[in-house]
Design a protein around this ligand. Structure first.
Ligand code: GLU
Length: 319
């Protein structure tokens, strides 16, 4: 087994008659680049080739609410042929469900307040057997009075809420379609930040379950989050979806592809004379699903798609 370095009750499914679904969940932090588009294409192929539905969720809790960026992302996804079922779900509209999940955990004494700053966490000695960077448990065992006193010391800041991970649950194992069986450490991670924002891990688990998602395909930069999400699924009574973490696209420097790497978005490439269909063809070529320059339709790609044959190495994109 590989070790990671770090750590249905479906009442809001957008009217979709769920038979199992895959999804793509972009954060609206700017235009999607070819790496994001490639991951979206793969998520779509995994879902459609297994007769699943495909859902779309805009993860706007974390990085502001740039409605313009989200709209452009959705247009770009449509332009390359990534279609979805039901309404787009905006994570900021899901606040009540996120809070209800935290309340469920809190009612079982699985949530505690944390007043630590990032710096205090970095400087604290780590707990025995925990990897570096894991939360050392400073605020975990406070009585109600102690927690109230600690809260008063950080005003006007508010405490974050962390999950109390029980002994025996701090290591979670899951199967990945591409990477095999993996396990990783789970610390007492944040469910809600001090500024009130719902943390990614909580939101993603609650929303995937509500949207009927039983297949999660995403970039392998998120692998280290998966053990946390698997534990949350167990605690909240959700089934663990099938996972496939796909290789990232790298820029010429070997680092993860970014805007500074030149013409990387659909708009950039269109200015260079490349149509959305040509970008789709290029992505298909990078996945071994088309010859170089071969025009391809999405239906052709479903026919040709075989997860076992996908390249396992990152794709280096040089525009
Ligand atoms: N919103 C995340 C991102 O854009 C993806 C989250 C997920 O797929 O679970 O990186």
């Amino acid at each position: 087994m590989h070790k990671l370095a770090s750590p249905p009750s479906c009442n809001d499914n957008g009217g979709v008659n769920t038979v199992g679904a895959g999804r793509y969940a972009p954060s609206p932090s700017g235009d999607l680049h070819v790496g994001n588009l490639r991951t979206a294409l793969l998520a779509w192929l995994f879902a459609r080739s297994t007769d699943r539905q495909f859902r779309m969720r805009v993860e706007d809790v974390d990085r502001g609410r740039d409605a313009g960026a989200a709209q452009q992302q959705l247009e770009d996804l449509s332009a390359i042929g990534v279609t979805w079922d039901g309404e787009v779900v905006y994570q900021t509209h899901r606040r009540a469900a996120h809070e209800a999940a935290i309340e469920t955990l809190r009612s079982r004494d699985l949530v505690y307040e944390c007043v630590c700053t990032r710096r205090e966490i970095q400087e604290a000695p780590s707990a025995p057997h925990a990897p570096p960077g894991a939360y050392p448990g400073t605020c975990r065992d406070r009585t109600q009075q102690e927690a109230a006193a600690a809260r008063a010391t950080i005003l006007p800041r508010r405490p974050a809420l962390r999950l109390r991970v029980a002994e025996g649950q701090g290591e979670q194992t899951f199967r990945d379609e591409l990477c095999g069986e993996l396990s990783g450490h789970v610390d007492d991670f944040v469910l809600q930040r001090g500024d009130g924002a719902i943390a990614y891990n909580l939101a993603v688990v609650v929303d995937d379950a509500a949207m009927g998602v039983d297949q999660v395909v995403r970039g392998n930069d998120l692998l280290s989050s998966t053990p946390r999400q698997v534990l949350l699924q167990q605690l909240l009574g959700y089934a663990t979806p099938q996972y496939a973490h796909v290789p990232l696209v790298l820029g010429p420097s070997g680092a993860r592809l970014a805007k500074r790497d030149g013409a990387v978005t659909l708009q950039d490439l269109s200015r260079l004379g490349m149509s959305a269909a040509q970008v789709r063809s290029m992505l298909a070529f990078s996945l071994g699903l088309a010859d170089q320059g071969e025009p391809v339709e999405m239906v052709d790609l479903i026919e040709r798609f075989e997860p076992a044959k996908l390249p396992r190495e990152p794709w280096i994109f040089i525009s």
